[in-house]
Write a protein that binds this ligand. Structure first.
Ligand code: NDP
Length: 373
């Protein structure tokens, strides 16, 4: 009885809210559909690396309909009971870095999300592929294109899927700009600017250790401008040039880049001008310029809300928790073969790694480096 009254009250409330909402935002059929209960397959996920981002993903997954956190892999035994309690994880789904190959005998885990320091992704993905589990791997997928390719090959050989944690590929304002670009709204694309950076703190953290990070700001934050240049322009670049500035060689040791500017050339005639840094605040902007219009995302890649505008006006899609949408979409990709609008498979990750390799080479040699993606 009360449920009918609740329904009518909710319906009345939404009937009032809708016209207001619709001034800014067209509610799509898929959004209405998303309000329906879900009874399809659920991706059962274990997280490897219970650090800062692993925690964010776990929290976001509480709201997933199509993915569920069911296991953990951690090198810190003291973290495990807390996670077990918080997310209702049974003992049999808890592993450490020595014994996680045994996950192959655990039918209750479909996929592992690797959220450890960058240089540890390669070995983990190889071992998980061997264990027959699908893998979601954080960016950067590896610390070189060669490692990335080995990861792609291992997952192919094991017949498991490999996806990279590019959460912006599901962000509504980003997708709207891509749609507008595909529909020719901006005309011929001529220019992209990507600014990606923050001021890094604690000098002892793994992000400033070449062994674990594989590099510096470029691996960690500059990769957003690399990946973003590709999905915003909608083409693969065919050359890159790059220049490095290092003002603090004590904090940013040999092999750990502080600030790099780089330029990408695209076959359609567009150029990209990007900045990657660990030394400046307030740098998270994408700007796309075409013959007939423009699009700006500012901030472009933070956890949100993302803000966007084009020559047609402000983008007003509601904020969604990136990692919740990402994990629901990844469930569809892995379990139901759904094709994402912007691909994020291992091959896509390798393309970004090839660009990073070429950026470092361009810095070392001072040359413009051709790319073959
Ligand atoms: P943290 O340092 O917060 O966590 C990393 C975790 O990895 C640790 O807590 C630890 O978990 C595990 N680990 C295993 N070996 C080591 C080691 N030798 N040193 C340090 N940690 C180790 O890092 P983040 O969570 O910020 O980053 C992890 C990955 O996620 C990186 O690749 C990063 O680029 C990516 N990331 C992606 C983001 C995105 O928006 N897509 C945002 C932030 C990070 P345990 O104790 O359980 O073993």
């Amino acid at each position: 009885m009360s449920s009918r009254r609740d329904f009518l009250q909710k319906f009345a409330a939404s009937a009032i809210a809708w016209p207001v909402l619709n001034q800014y935002h067209t509610v799509s059929l898929s959004e209405i559909h998303d309000q329906q209960p879900y009874d399809g397959p659920i991706l059962k996920v274990a997280i490897m690396g219970l650090g800062s981002y692993g925690t964010r993903v776990a929290e976001a997954m509480k709201d997933c309909k199509k993915a569920k956190l069911v296991g953990v892999i951690s090198g810190t035994p003291s973290k495990i009971p807390t996670w077990q309690k918080k997310y209702d994880i049974p003992e049999k789904n808890c592993y450490n870095y020595e014994n996680y190959d045994k996950i192959k005998d655990n039918p209750d885990i479909d996929a592992v999300y690797v959220i450890t320091p960058n240089s540890l992704h390669h070995e983990a993905v190889l071992r998980l592929a061997k264990a027959g589990k699908h893998v979601i791997c954080e960016k950067p997928m590896a610390i070189s294109a060669q490692q990335g390719q080995e990861m792609v090959d291992a997952c192919k050989a094991a017949n498991v899927k490999l996806l990279i944690g590019y959460r912006m590929h599901f962000e509504p304002k980003t997708l709207e700009i891509i749609k507008m670009r595909n529909e020719g709204e901006f005309g011929k694309i001529l220019f992209f600017q990507g600014l990606s950076g923050f001021r890094i703190g604690d000098p002892t953290q793994w992000r400033l250790n070449k062994e674990l990070a594989g590099g510096g700001a470029m691996m960690d934050i500059g990769i957003y401008s690399i990946n973003g240049a590709r999905y915003m322009v909608g083409e693969e670049p065919f050359w890159v040039s790059a220049q490095e500035t290092k003002n603090d060689p004590v904090k940013f040791k040999e092999g750990v880049d502080e600030t790099i500017q780089f330029q990408l050339g695209f076959p359609g005639g567009a150029v990209a001008s990007c900045l990657s840094t660990y030394s400046m605040r307030n740098l998270d902007r994408f700007f796309l310029n075409g013959e007939n219009g423009f699009a700006e995302l500012l901030p472009a890649t933070g956890y949100g809300p993302i803000k966007g505008r084009t020559n047609k006006g402000e983008l007003t899609h509601p904020h969604v928790t990136h990692q919740t949408v990402q994990m629901d979409e990844m469930s569809d990709i892995i379990l139901q073969g759904k094709q994402p609008i912007v691909p994020l498979d291992g091959e896509e990750g390798v393309k970004d790694m090839k660009i990073i390799d070429a950026i470092y080479k361009a810095v070392r040699t001072g040359n413009k480096i051709p790319l073959n993606l």
